[in-house]
Design a protein around this ligand. Structure first.
Ligand SMILES: O=C(O)CCC(=O)C(=O)O
Length: 281
């Protein structure tokens, strides 16, 4: 049974309106230490999905891996027993959430690489508004190095052309196709017109997390001061309106094969042992 961490109800309203909330002291030190040891294992022995997202000319890197939770006991323990499931359920104002997947972003000291602005849910094998992701640093983060969010953008109606991360990482697994029959809006140039947008970010300490909707525009992180590294453990959770969605553009992570093996097809409600369910009655 996961721990329950009671949130002030006002946070769910802010989450719904802004698409993002900062939750100080969400996680106890016990979990930070546990995840820290999990990340160490993960970096030393990446899964087949692990990759260096960016390496600069000084050898500083940003490592990415995902869906390692069944292989790394510390991650599995955290997902099944930490208060995160309860936080997701409260923010999504439901009593039932499913775990979707984990991801880690590990930058070496001084790494400057910033993740381009994007939305997450358009890349996924599911569709819907009821999603909640947690960006959780295991080390202190200066505001200039934290993930940034465009307030309220999860509710914008446009369907934007998302970044092809394959152009950035030269990794085939990051490739995204362009669908000729689909009309996309050009992705807004947030970085070039920062003053035109309401951009939120927070200075953070280990134990704090930022919860955000999978449709909110977000990016940044990196820009680390000399000597500062950044280790982030990230989890994604799914709520009531989420349905399986196989997308022609390509998916990351692409769960279509494993979903089909578990009899989950386009349009189905999420479930099965692939996506464990947590109920809070
Ligand atoms: O930490 C980062 O650089 C990127 C994080 C991100 O885009 C995400 O968690 O969805």
């Amino acid at each position: 049974m996961p721990e329950f961490h009671k949130l002030a109800p006002a946070l769910a309203k802010t989450f719904s309106e802004d698409g993002v909330v900062f939750i100080p002291n969400a996680i106890e030190q016990f979990w930070i230490d546990r995840l820290d040891s999990g990340i160490q294992k993960n970096v030393n022995t990446p899964t087949e999905r692990g990759r260096i997202w960016n390496r600069d000319d000084q050898g500083r890197t940003c490592f990415y891996d995902s869906q390692a939770w069944r292989e790394i006991a510390e991650y599995q323990d955290f997902i099944e027993n930490s208060p995160l499931a309860s936080l997701a359920a409260q923010l999504l104002e439901t009593n039932r959430v499913n775990f979707f997947f984990d991801a880690v972003f590990v930058r070496t000291p001084g790494a400057q690489f910033r993740t381009p602005f994007h939305q997450d849910e358009p890349y996924w094998s599911v569709k819907g508004l009821d999603t909640c992701s947690f960006w959780m640093p295991l080390v202190p983060v200066e505001k200039k190095s934290a993930l940034e969010f465009v307030r309220g953008s999860h509710r914008w109606a446009q369907e934007f052309r998302q970044m092809n991360f394959g152009d950035l990482t030269s990794d085939a697994r990051d490739q995204r196709r362009e669908l000729s029959r689909k009309e996309y809006e050009p992705f807004p140039d947030i970085e070039g017109h920062r003053n035109d947008y309401d951009i939120l970010s927070w200075e953070m300490s280990p134990g704090d997390c930022v919860a955000f909707n999978g449709r909110i525009i977000h990016g940044g992180s990196g820009n680390l001061s000399p000597g500062c590294d950044l280790k982030v453990f990230n989890t994604q959770w799914l709520g009531d309106d989420i349905r399986v969605c196989f997308r022609g553009e390509g998916m990351d992570p692409d769960h279509s094969s494993v979903m089909r093996e578990h009899d989950l097809n386009h349009g189905d409600r999420i479930g099965t042992e692939l996506y464990p369910e947590f109920c809070f009655d």
